[in-house]
Design a protein around this ligand. Structure first.
Ligand code: PMP
Length: 431
């Protein structure tokens, strides 16, 4: 493959944009090499400016569950754009998407639209604090909830109770208000509740993680969180920015059988346009301005183009017969192919998959269930696998600590080609 134009474009971009990218994950910083600059995408494929075509497993980091440039979504955006891009006044589209989200996710009594997942989690936390009159939030090591100061806290080595700012710019005061627990480790949460009685406003988590790779919660862990939050009058926030409408029509909460107090959304509900949302219990949502005292606003919130793309996407997910079953079948066949490759080659690895979200962990362990397990992965091996995959026309997320996404547009041929390319890469890595 030739990357001449992308190399030139990246060089030029770096003169004007920090690191040449508008989001660090795009830079290939952890795997090395030059990111292809994308010219266009259609269905399961993306094409770079040198004309190289790839089978895409990034899907814009989750939103493109229908595949790229779905004709209905494109039409909805075009027709809506012709009527004006933004009014800063209410539209019926906003009610339409709220009704749709409520219909699909029973825990949502009321929903507020924002412009990104980051805004959704930031606002949900403020609301939980306003509602409870408490300051502290528990998050889990390895979970990502956007780039709000409160969530850019990771524990250092071992089980630190209090976070420390490891991103310059986060004040020690903010870091102090974020407590770190371990995913799939209920006692680590119980200890924080014991140490901070009546101080914890919220527990936030990815109900199935994607941002340290895919990790599935033990039922005992997730049930335990619900119980702890009930006992302590703490708001349980499911961050479903990634898992929302990806895992199931009723999101991860349907699969896990847990009703959170608040849920955050993003990605799929905007059909590829910038969007976020948060919603949940009536009593909590009633605290939001202008009805209540907790302030949150947005010039472009509920933007008509994003609403039109989101409504069209959600309708298709809702109405297409067997949508999630078909996605499961495609995804299962990819997993099976990769498992067979590993077995045949004696290749060390663990695949975690829930529906169309998956991660191949390059590890000698038998399972990956915690952040500590994730940290044992061989990231150099991953980087080499990633580079070989790219050369073979397979576009993966450029980090071991991410999920891959399969869309409804991925075909049997795409899966077959991906499994073959993976076999070649694994074989080379074994040599
Ligand atoms: N929460 C989760 C679970 C996410 O995966 C992401 C983005 N990957 C965010 C929040 C932040 O969303 P955004 O990038 O739209 O701000």
């Amino acid at each position: 493959m030739i990357f001449d134009k992308s190399i030139k474009a990246f060089h030029e971009a770096q003169k004007h944009i920090p690191g040449g990218v508008n989001s660090p994950v795009r830079s290939f910083g952890s795997v090395g090499g030059n990111p292809p600059f994308i010219a266009k995408a259609s269905g399961s494929k993306i094409t770079d400016i040198d004309g190289n075509e790839y089978i895409d497993y990034v899907g814009s980091w989750g939103p493109m569950i229908l595949g790229h440039a779905h004709p209905d979504v494109v039409k909805a955006i075009q027709e809506t754009a012709a009527l004006g891009a933004s009014f800063g006044a209410p539209t019926e589209l906003e009610t339409e998407i709220a009704v749709l989200i409520k219909k699909l996710v029973p825990s949502i009594d009321m929903v507020r639209m924002v412009n990104s997942g980051t805004e959704a989690t930031m606002s949900a936390l403020r609301l939980a604090r306003g509602y409870t009159g408490r300051n502290l939030v528990i998050k889990f090591e390895g979970c990502y909830h956007g780039h709000n100061d409160s969530f850019l806290i990771q524990a250092g080595s071992g089980a630190l109770t209090f976070g420390t700012p490891n991103t310059p710019g986060v004040t020690p005061g903010t870091a102090h208000d974020t407590l770190i627990a371990q995913y799939n480790d209920l006692p680590s949460v119980e200890r924080l509740f014991e140490d901070h009685k009546n101080e914890i406003a919220a527990v936030i988590l990815e109900p199935i993680t994607g941002n340290m790779g895919v990790i599935i919660p033990d039922q005992i862990f997730i049930n335990g969180l619900r119980k702890l939050c009930d006992e302590n009058k703490t708001v349980l926030i499911f961050d479903e920015v990634m898992t929302g409408f990806r895992i199931k029509k009723g999101c991860a909460q349907e699969l896990l059988g847990i009703t959170p107090d608040l849920t955050t959304f993003g990605k799929i509900i905007g059909g590829g346009l910038p969007v976020g949302a948060y919603g949940g219990k009536q009593e909590i949502m009633d605290m939001l301005a202008p009805k209540g005292p907790v302030y949150q606003a947005g010039t472009l919130s509920g933007n008509p183009l994003a609403m039109a793309a989101g409504i069209t996407t959600l309708r298709l997910l809702d109405k297409t017969p067997d949508f999630y079953d078909n996605l499961e079948n495609t995804s299962a066949s990819l997993e099976e192919g990769l498992q067979n490759n590993m077995k045949e080659l004696g290749f060390d690895g663990v695949i975690n998959r829930v529906g169309s979200m998956f991660t191949l962990f390059f590890t000698k362990e038998n399972s990956v269930k915690s952040f500590a397990d994730v940290k044992k992965c061989d990231t150099t091996r991953f980087a080499n696998y990633f580079k070989m995959s790219l050369q073979n026309g397979i576009y993966l997320a450029p980090s071991q600590y991410e999920a891959g996404f399969i869309s409804a547009a991925h075909t049997k041929e795409d899966i077959q080609k991906t499994v073959e390319a993976s076999y070649m890469a694994m074989k080379k890595l074994k040599e």
